[in-house]
Design a protein around this ligand. Structure first.
Ligand code: BGC
Length: 720
């Protein structure tokens, strides 16, 4: 239950396993490729929140050089899984302790040679990584070990290090600065191998040694790795010496303790369904390896590479934040602080488009700059870039951030965040929406025209129901925050008011608020996704698929197959009903679930969990279970879209992992928090006997146990 493993390795699965077996600690992520893998296998040591951009190319997160590279040769034959078939192979990942292991046996000239390795990125000392490598042969044999740093990097829009320096004073190292912002990245390694020869070929900088193996006796060595960004070289060198002196086993122990502490709060026990338990733990593992550092956030593809530019989307606030809120409030705060820190970027974007306030980046980098391209898709027929309007028109992003912030405040009771920039964000988002809305004199309503909702297949629509709902919500929160500040912290309010004219914003909100365009409903209570949606061709996803000319063609933009139809990419109205569940009746939820479900492609990994939540809400546990399994196992099965048009979009899907977590808590357990109280209303799928989890809520830690007919909420401790 605590491991994932595979006993075969097909070259076609290298990329999938790279995602499936990824390890990380929130700062760094290393893809689950094998030790001997090279750039063409998509090896990646991804650095979080460090970006670089080259002229004419997409700006993206930076991959460091590969310090784990290790290859063994027997009589000149490389024991490389991509060129040599093994007689036995096993790749494993410990979800409990973030340890990647492999064991591969090759038969060469009637001798069996087994290589084994274990690696981890320390959860305890965040700049430390380690490798333990073992070779065993069935007979006496000489083998050559080559290990070092591979400087040939898998990157999508590099090279991010044009020049770098080789360091060999104490071990093997590389230091270099990124091209655009000149961030200094230093990678130092030291092995327990002695009397080695230095190797410095085209891309490998390392050491080599010939070992004489005796029959069935294993040879081991370990490698300690330190990766630092913008630290003086001496400091990194000193860390390497200290960590090397501690040794592999001690570092591993610290790392395991750190993991134990995380699991002690984060685990969810499911009785009665081993598959669900396994998939949920796998999802939680994926979130844990992304635990953010101070005022940093989490990219949409986690730390599995540079896809989506390593950028931060609404995925983090809406789908991942709940996990951290419940299990690690400090990490949740980092996510909120990231948006506070990047407010100037959001203000600059609003200004750029002629609006006021804060229009957050659709794809955010370190200063809140929007790196979403104007042309996100390459058309498979013409190979031309297609204009998309995700960046310009997906205005719900600002509201998503306010939604997340308000949940953080309610959940943690930490109102200090409002005083430290949070209130400013909320008022600035409200100001943005006020400047965005258009007044229709004939009907006396305010409208949000020309937007893109979560369903990206229908761009530039009017009055997307979800977006309008969020705008109304932001207005409500702005009013609440203003009255909170006026009573609790009048000086902050006065200062903000002087600076931003909050009184005027509030006055305008009171005028506009009740006149926001409400969505059209059919007689059967179905909410129209946007103005004119019901008039589009009504068809089904299967039918649309028969119209495709190319398997990878993009369904959206004005000439995509979905555009003239009611087929949508992902949960849209359903997202609104799931996030604002208490505002809608069961009848409305049922009607909309039934209507939108056959019209949704689930072309985004964000879709299933929102449907699953709504399914629970209307007591369709079997449907909910299917959505849960789809969300929780997306990176186990690798069943996800790899291309949008010709653009590669593979990698891990932490929003789906977060969605699975939400589905377990808010869906199956029916967890609700309101005004300082916790409640649960179990809606477990039939075969799941019980669920148990811990969660932080306000000043305390609770354990919740639910079965089909019993619930228990126990206060474990109160925070200081
Ligand atoms: C989805 C967006 C999502 C992005 C990153 C897109 O395919 O439509 O909603 O934010 O992927 O996961």
């Amino acid at each position: 239950m605590w491991w994932i493993s595979d006993y075969h390795h097909q070259p076609t699965q290298t990329v999938h396993y790279g995602n499936k077996y990824v390890i990380g600690n929130g700062i760094y992520g290393y893809r689950g490729t094998l030790d001997e893998a090279r750039a063409e296998d998509q090896v990646g040591l991804n650095i979080s929140n460090l970006y670089d951009g080259l002229p004419g190319k997409w700006r993206e997160s930076v991959n460091a050089w590969n310090p784990f590279y290790t290859e063994v040769y027997v009589q000149g034959i490389s024991l490389n899984i991509s060129t040599q078939s093994p007689t036995n192979h096993h790749q494993k990942l410990s979800l409990k302790h973030g340890l990647h292991q492999r064991r591969t046996t090759y038969r060469i000239n009637d001798k069996d040679i087994t290589i084994e390795s274990e690696r981890f990125i320390s959860m305890h000392a965040k700049n430390t990584m380690a490798l333990r490598y073992t070779i065993t042969a069935s007979d006496t044999l000489d083998v050559e070990i080559k290990t070092g740093i591979d400087t040939l990097i898998w990157e999508l829009n590099g090279p991010h290090f044009k020049e770098f320096e080789h360091l060999s004073a104490n071990g093997i190292g590389i230091t270099g600065s990124t091209q655009e912002c000149k961030h200094q990245v230093t990678l130092l390694t030291k092995t327990t191998l002695d009397d080695t020869q230095v190797v410095k070929d085209d891309s490998i900088f390392g050491e080599t040694k010939t070992i004489h193996l005796t029959k069935n006796e294993s040879f081991h060595f370990t490698k300690i790795i330190i990766l630092d960004v913008n630290k003086p070289l001496e400091q990194t060198q000193e860390t390497l010496t200290n960590q090397f002196d501690k040794g592999y086993n001690a570092l591993r122990k610290d790392h395991q303790h750190a993991w134990n502490a995380l699991w002690a709060i984060s685990d969810i026990l499911i009785e009665g369904d081993d598959d669900a338990q396994h998939a949920l733990r796998y999802s939680i593992y994926h979130l844990m390896i992304l635990t953010p550092d101070k005022d940093k956030s989490i990219p949409a593809r986690g730390l599995s590479g540079q896809v989506y530019k390593g950028a931060i989307f609404w995925d983090t606030e809406i789908f991942m934040l709940p996990f951290f809120l419940h299990t690690n409030p400090r990490a949740a705060k980092a996510l909120i602080d990231y948006r506070i820190k990047t407010l100037p970027g959001a203000q600059a974007k609003a200004k750029h488009y002629g609006f006021e306030g804060a229009f957050y980046a659709w794809e955010s980098h370190e200063n809140g700059q929007d790196v979403c391209s104007d042309f996100n898709i390459t058309d498979v027929f013409t190979n031309r870039d297609v204009r998309t309007y995700f960046k310009d028109k997906q205005i719900h992003i600002s509201g998503d951030i306010v939604y997340a912030m308000w949940h953080y405040v309610n959940h943690t009771n930490d109102t200090s965040i409002l005083l430290n920039g949070g209130a400013d964000v909320i008022f600035e988002v409200a100001r943005f929406y006020l400047s965005y809305l258009k007044y229709d004199f004939t009907t006396d309503v305010y409208e949000a025209l020309d937007v893109v909702g979560p369903d990206e297949y229908h761009e530039r629509v009017n009055n997307n129901a979800f977006t309008n709902k969020l705008i109304a919500y932001v207005f409500e929160i702005a009013l609440k925050v203003a009255s909170h500040l006026k009573t609790q912290s009048p000086t902050t309010y006065t200062k903000l008011n002087e600076h931003r004219k909050i009184d005027t914003i509030l006055e305008t909100i009171t005028r506009v608020h009740t006149k926001l365009k409400a969505p059209t409903k059919t007689k059967s209570q179905v909410i129209e996704q946007f103005d004119g949606y019901f008039a589009l061709e009504d068809t089904r996803v299967d039918v649309l698929k028969t119209r495709l000319v190319h398997p990878q063609e993009y369904w959206g933009t004005s000439h995509g197959v979905a555009y003239p139809t009611q087929i949508i990419k992902q949960a849209d109205v359903v997202t609104m009903l799931s996030l604002f569940s208490s505002d809608y009746s069961t009848d409305i939820k049922q009607a909309n679930y039934d209507y939108y479900h056959p019209r949704t492609e689930h072309g985004s990994s964000l879709s299933a969990s929102m449907y699953g939540l709504l399914a629970c809400d209307i007591n369709r546990q079997d449907d909910a279970y299917d959505y849960f399994m789809k969300s929780a196992s997306i990176d186990l099965t690798g069943k996800s879209k790899q291309f949008a048009g010709n653009t590669y979009i593979g990698g891990t899907h932490p929003a789906a992992s977060g969605g699975a977590y939400m589905l377990a808590l808010y869906g199956f357990a029916g967890l609700k928090t309101s005004n300082g109280t916790l409640s649960v209303q179990p809606r477990l799928p039939k075969h799941i006997k019980s669920m148990q989890f811990k969660l932080h809520y306000q000043e305390a830690l609770y354990t919740v146990t639910i079965t089909h007919n019993d619930t228990q909420i126990k206060k474990e401790s109160t925070h200081e």
